[in-house]
Design a binder for this molecule. Structure first.
Ligand code: C5P
Length: 204
């Protein structure tokens, strides 16, 4: 089915360092992206899996690139999409990162009762990819107005498909109920299923 096709999949959450021991992160498990990578391999594709920190085993046959931060993920994606036919961006990328990463551990004794952090925006990875002919598939995890937000992301990021899901239900969970939001206006609701079963439907 997908023999000779290269598919780039991102998975997991990014970690944005504050100091040598601390980071800002999110609850993404990586399960959805790893399942997508596995399903693409099962369909015959060559898969590059760009992964944030997770304890999941690599899908057999995937070329895996481990990253921590959004900026590292962007660099890895830019390399990987060369010659690829599709990217599935299931990673939960941090929107912001600390403006300065302290070289020493932040000390409570020097700061007192409150700590304010200056954050700067991270680059939008999938919106910034301009490979001609590359199919771009994004996710949208929302806490309300799922379809409206997904349709906006589809347009703003120039995507070919948005897989929308309920953030509170999906993130960190083994199961997912996804809604496929297509550029032609079609909205397809899928049932609640294990992520391993959602993934082959997405690849199809
Ligand atoms: O965070 P947001 O809801 O905008 O994410 C929608 C899609 O964009 C997801 O596929 C996510 O992986 C991707 N994204 C990205 N770079 C970012 C933020 C999100 O590629 N900085």
């Amino acid at each position: 089915l997908l023999h000779g096709k290269r598919i780039v999949v991102t998975a997991g959450g990014t970690r944005e360092a504050l100091d040598p021991v601390r980071y800002l992160g999110n609850r993404s498990s990586g399960i959805m992206g790893y399942a997508v990578a596995q399903a693409a391999i099962d369909a015959g594709a060559d898969v590059i899996l760009i992964s944030g920190p997770t304890s999941l085993p690599s899908p057999y046959g995937a070329a895996r690139v481990d990253v921590q931060t959004a900026v590292q993920m962007k660099d890895a994606v830019s390399e990987a999409v060369k010659g690829a036919q599709a990217i599935v961006m299931s990673a939960a990328v941090a929107d912001y990162r600390p403006k300065d990463v302290r070289s020493e551990k932040i000390k409570k004794s020097e700061l007192g009762a409150t700590l304010s952090l200056d954050l700067v925006t991270n680059p939008d990875i999938i919106a910034g990819i301009g490979e001609p002919g590359l199919l771009k598939i994004g996710f949208a995890a929302e806490t309300s107005n799922l379809v409206v937000h997904a349709q906006r992301k589809l347009k703003e990021k120039g995507l070919d498909l948005v897989v929308a899901n309920d953030a509170e239900q999906a993130i960190g969970s083994k199961d997912n109920r996804v809604t496929l939001v297509w550029p032609d206006g079609r909205v397809e609701e899928m049932p609640l299923l294990p992520k391993e079963d959602v993934a082959p439907m997405l690849i199809e």
